[in-house]
Write a protein that binds this ligand. Structure first.
Ligand SMILES: Nc1ncnc2c1ncn2[C@@H]1O[C@H](COP(=O)(O)OP(=O)(O)OP(=O)(O)O)[C@@H](O)[C@H]1O
Length: 296
């Protein structure tokens, strides 16, 4: 679904993406996470063809992004803050969608608008944030795309509206048999909705893969302080935290827990993501250390 090789995007001298390699298979709901300024919107805008790479390549559903009108119809995009036309009514948005999209599914659009309780006569500028997000999602989905891309669509919504939005998103993905990419700072949302994870920090991919595989390959270790040096080869330390008597570490390894000389517990998705974000922020000399107290 997404294949990037050496993908680089510069804005002037600022490198927003640096040599990104990615291979995400079709049929996934992908969570894209990373701190502010990491390059998430840049990656999503490249995937929609709104930006051109400076170098490297990106293929979306097997083609260059926005390669043709037919390819554009295969991708639905909901931009940050779910923009709509304020003076157009909900029904006007559906009419516009029908005019602009050859594969438009009016009955799907009308059914969803009714289901989420939107008034077709209401001006979009008077909708709440949650209602606007539902409208934008409906328009993107009524194109019947193979891939839905969302840039922080639910960031401004209250927990109940966010939940409603996520449920709608997953229902669309199931109904359309589509893939989806969703950028978010809300790790709970990612955990709930996504089966594939990309952590992007400092313009680079820190880790990417199936959530299930990533959780299986990472552990939280609890060791007496100063003893993490005894970790065997093949255990990569992602993050350590030192207390008076003990050290905790998030590690990545293919070794069975029985071969690790400390108590190994499962990690949560949040611990995993925070581990990689902290490592990306660590001073250069400490990044890449394999074990011990050098990595924080
Ligand atoms: N049009 C632009 N011109 C110059 N620099 C830009 C432009 N757009 C983004 N940048 C810079 O590129 C970097 C990546 O920005 P981007 O918006 O992709 O990050 P992000 O991960 O989506 O951030 P956020 O979570 O805050 O939305 C940032 O340093 C940003 O300042």
């Amino acid at each position: 679904m997404l294949l990037a090789e050496g993908l680089t995007k510069r804005y002037g001298r600022r490198e927003a993406l640096s040599g990104v390699d990615l291979n995400v298979p079709a049929g996934r709901v992908v969570g894209l996470v990373g701190p502010n300024g990491a390059g998430k919107s840049t990656l999503l805008n490249l995937a929609c063809g709104l930006l051109e790479p400076t170098s490297g390549s990106l293929r979306v559903l097997g083609s260059r992004p926005a390669a043709s009108a037919a390819h554009l119809a295969r991708v639905g995009f909901v931009a940050q803050n779910t923009p709509v036309y304020p003076s157009f009514s909900v029904a006007d948005h559906l009419r516009l969608g029908a005019r602009l999209n050859p594969s438009w599914d009016q009955s799907l659009a009308e059914r969803r608008i009714t289901q989420v309780g939107l008034d077709p006569g209401q001006k979009a500028g008077r909708l709440s944030g949650g209602q606007r997000a539902q409208l934008a999602l409906t328009i993107a989905a009524a194109k019947r795309p193979e891939l839905l891309i969302f840039d922080e669509p639910a960031a401004a919504l209250d927990p109940l509206a966010r939940q409603g939005f996520l449920v709608s998103l997953l229902e669309f993905v199931a109904e359309l048999g589509a893939s989806a990419v969703l950028s978010s700072h809300l790790l709970g949302d990612i955990e709930q909705a996504c089966d594939h994870l990309i952590v992007l920090c400092e313009s680079r991919i820190q880790v990417a893969g199936e959530v299930r595989d990533l959780l299986a390959a990472h552990h939280r270790l609890v060791a007496p302080r100063g003893e993490l040096d005894r970790l065997p080869a093949g255990v990569e330390v992602i993050r350590t935290e030192h207390h008076a008597q003990s050290s905790n570490a998030v590690v990545r390894t293919g070794l069975p827990p029985s071969e690790i000389p400390f108590r190994a517990e499962p990690v949560t998705l949040e611990e995993l993501v925070l581990g990689y974000m902290s490592r990306a922020n660590a001073p250069v000399a400490e990044v890449g250390a394999v074990a011990g107290e050098g990595v924080r």
